[in-house]
Design a protein. Structure first.
Ligand SMILES: [Fe+2]
Length: 409
């Protein structure tokens, strides 16, 4: 006969989940802000220790209690201020572990796909199976890249069809290749990226636009990969790029030079008017909050469609306020580790897990958040790297109006 779990053990586990939830939320928030990298690394270590140290926190009041001499009254029955604080924190942990976390998880699981998402389809190419150890390289943590169940070498080629409100009629059928977060540092090896570009050329040889959403390098030595890898991606109408937060740490001016020499229009925190299929449009770059000031759109003509490349999806509401029709983002990598049911955990966004990956829609803006092609830490679980090809289409008359934000992975 199976035994019921001890209620006290269940309570402790729920409290631990709540404790982890709270500390992860603050870490997600801090990682979305332009804060010193050494501090963030230390703080991440501290946060990990605090999360693992929950049993010690739990035992603290009992360990700290001093024995009462027999000739003195026993005041230990009355909580001290520290004990009140301890009990309040435990109550908060129980609420977050037992109510907030399950409710948020269920809401995330029940989210309907946005109306803008007409279709999604992904083919996976397993480059470990195809190329073997040659894909690992000699960058950061190659032993991590080799771990079983690690998805870093299984690349999704994702095809999205999006019905974007306000799309110019001549853009019906326009295709956009989105590549983000290549994080060149040696792992994966050059052979991995070369093979991905080979596959892009084979599947989608002539997109109308190519858009790069930042995070090219994670060392001072890999700027030389930008041209030979990303310069091969061709487009018939235009190629645009912005930088990401990791580029800030490795000579960003050198990154900009390499991206321009690879043939891209580097937008920075700015905008330009271009013609795509003969239709005027405004292409905006947003590299904030790491590069400032944010783009100033006060002089942008009001009529033409606005396409925005933003490294972080945190600029979604900024895009809505500035009448961006389509926003293309990266940065959050889908969280890299996605547990069954729970999905993502660590997502460097001020909105936590809300915009971890997929398609979102709200306030007249459609946003695509790519999971990226790589990462500084070559570890992914149930979160494959991806390259995205978007085909744009005009919404039907009934649905051609702003809709509330919704999402799909
Ligand atoms: Fe990134």
């Amino acid at each position: 006969m199976s035994r019921m779990p001890d209620p006290l053990v269940v309570l402790l586990l729920v409290g631990w989940v709540g404790h982890a939830y709270l500390w992860t939320a603050q870490l997600n928030y801090l990682y979305a802000r332009p804060i010193s990298k050494p501090f963030l690394k230390l703080w991440r270590l501290f946060t990990g220790l605090v999360i693992l140290g929950f049993p010690l926190l739990l035992a603290a009041p009992f360990v700290a209690t001093k024995p009462v001499p027999p000739d003195q009254p026993d005041w230990s029955l009355f909580p001290t201020q520290a004990e009140w604080a301890w009990m309040a924190y435990m109550a908060v942990c129980l609420v977050f572990g037992g109510v907030v976390f399950p409710v948020v998880t269920v809401i995330r699981l029940l989210r309907r796909p946005p109306a803008a998402l007409v279709s999604v389809r992904a083919d996976t190419l397993d480059l470990w199976t195809e190329l073997g150890p040659a894909v690992v390289g000699n960058g950061k943590y190659p032993w991590v890249a080799r771990l079983p169940l690690n998805d870093v070498f299984r690349v999704d080629f994702t095809e999205l069809t999006l019905a974007v409100p306000g799309l110019p009629p001549v853009w019906d059928g326009l295709t956009i290749l989105v590549v983000t977060d290549v994080h060149f540092h040696g792992t994966p090896a050059r052979a991995f990226f070369d093979r991905v570009v080979d596959e892009v050329e084979r599947r989608w040889p002539t997109p109308d636009l190519v858009c790069l959403a930042g995070d090219y390098v994670d060392t001072d030595e890999h700027h030389s990969w930008i041209g030979p890898v990303l310069g091969r991606l061709k487009a018939t109408e235009g190629r645009f790029a912005i930088l990401g937060n990791h580029d800030e740490h490795h000579d960003p001016e050198r990154v900009r030079k390499a991206v321009v020499e690879a043939g891209y229009d580097l937008l920075g925190n700015g905008w330009k008017e271009v013609a795509v299929r003969g239709e005027r449009c405004t292409v905006v770059g947003h590299e904030g909050p790491w590069f400032a000031p944010p783009p100033d759109l006060s002089n942008v003509p009001s009529g033409p469609f606005r396409l925005c490349l933003s490294h972080t999806p945190d600029n979604f509401y900024w895009g809505q306020r500035h009448r961006v029709g389509l926003m293309l983002c990266g940065h959050v990598h889908g969280g890299q580790i996605r547990l069954p049911v729970v999905t993502s955990i660590f997502v460097p966004s001020v909105y936590g897990r809300r915009f971890d990956c997929g398609v979102f829609e709200g306030g007249g803006t459609v946003m695509v958040v790519g999971r990226g092609l790589s990462g500084k830490e070559p570890l992914r679980f149930r979160c494959r790297p991806e390259v995205i090809r978007i085909t744009l289409t005009r919404p039907t008359a009934v649905s051609d109006s702003p809709r509330p934000g919704r999402a799909v992975d």
